[in-house]
Design a binder for this molecule. Sequence first.
Ligand code: BES
Ligand code: MN
Ligand code: ZN
Length: 513
Amino acid sequence: MKITVRPGGIAQTSSECIILGIYEGERSLEEPARVVDRASAGMLQEIMQSGDFKGERYRSFLLYQPREIAARRIMLVGLGKRKDCTLDKIRGAAAQGARAVRDLGLHELLMPATFARIPGVPPTGIIRALAEGVMLGLYAFDEFKTTNEGKKKNVIEAVTILVENAQELQAARDAARKAEIIARAVQVVRDLVSRPANSATPAFMARTAKTIAKTSGLVCTVLSPSQAKKLGMGCFLGVAQGSREPAQFIVLEYVPAKAQHADTIVLVGKAITFDSGGISLKPARGMERMKDDMSGGAAVLGIMQAAAQLKIPLRVIGIVPATENLPGGAALKPGDVITSLSGKTVEIITTDAEGRLILADALAYAQRYKPHAIIDLATLTGACITALGNDVAGVMGTDEQLINKIKEAAAATSEKVWQLPLWEEYSELLKSDIADIKNAAGRDAGAITGGCFLKAFTGKTPWVHVDIAGPAWTEKDRPYLPKGATGFGVRLIINLLENWKKKGYIKGEKVNR
Ligand code: BES
Ligand code: MN
Ligand code: ZN
């Protein structure tokens, strides 16, 4: 799909279908809708007064062949009440409109840049939301369908965003291009996470990382199991030893121009390509979902691609330890003690707490880059879903400023996060009788004790852990989050990197609006 931004009037530009945003319950129409209304002899007003379509959020309504309008059709999409309208709703409305146009079997659509307005949000902000909404909403994964009925055969090939004011054209094009880069990165992540585990193996993750490196200008290094062994990655290899698939320790590096002055950020992503639980086997029911246990690693690959393409002025390192967690004959057993890259010994209480083991070595490895910050993304605990539900990620870490930056990025992108504490009392729960630390405490505060375990391997570097077990996957189909893999984390972390040097505006309790 291609997104083009060009100048022109809404009534004069020909298209298969215009998508128009409509606020709920308003007598006077917004500018693009008013133009359409006038050119169609008041048809829009008539429809709204009849009550057939009132602008209810995400409802759509098709108008056919309006007189004196160059476009063949108009798809009205409800934005809901103006006072409740946010960028996220605009993203959703654009997605919903585009999906309705696709379902008509059309291949092309047009949207005005003035689709909706939010006080304080510049036109470029709206354009980003429109472009993201359309691309994310139209996503489908049908690589493994072999019949036409199975595939979403209708495809939108061309999207045009119309800008009235030619002076704003360049800024509008830049905004759309950025949105395209970010949405494409989200698509890469969704593709990886959707892909079944017999195809998305650790080796596949490594190949994907190499392809991304080649096409986006990154340096990619993959450590083999024997290299990892020489370094002493006992935790990472401990998890891998129950599987026949060779583990892959993937490192991507992005070096910006003027690298001497750039801060270094390390991103770490959990990539368990399938989590059976190992010897501490998970129940069979729902286990197929555990192909998504590499969502953090996939997000890091997508973020690295977007960071390079956006030329973010930071040195960004992506570390993705990739392995399966299977109960083979050589697998780790409860009670085993293994030695991590940091030198700390770990007693295995359950082999199902494997994510924190591979992350322990990745976090220790991250120190080699002397980073200003380490951020990890991981589908770490079911307990985080119990605490916060399916739509919200848990954040916890050792640096309030860094946590606040994440909260700001979350507020800006609607990739929601909520902070959990890492008080010492929780770390006490991980004391082992035989080793330096154990990999699981009881059921209580499971998301937090997971975070506490990771904290033990972060040294003095400011670090934040984002537990994405909930939001990495959605069972509900939503406008720009089709059912399945969401690609959570890409928009969040890219926003954070884009605003890295900006002064924070969140103080005290005023967070997560
Ligand atoms: N990958 C799981 C966490 C998970 C569970 C993600 C459900 C998404 C949905 C992780 O490896 C795991 O098994 N965690 C255990 C930790 C426990 C054994 C300490 C959990 O959450 O039960
Ligand atoms: Mn597990
Ligand atoms: Zn796991």
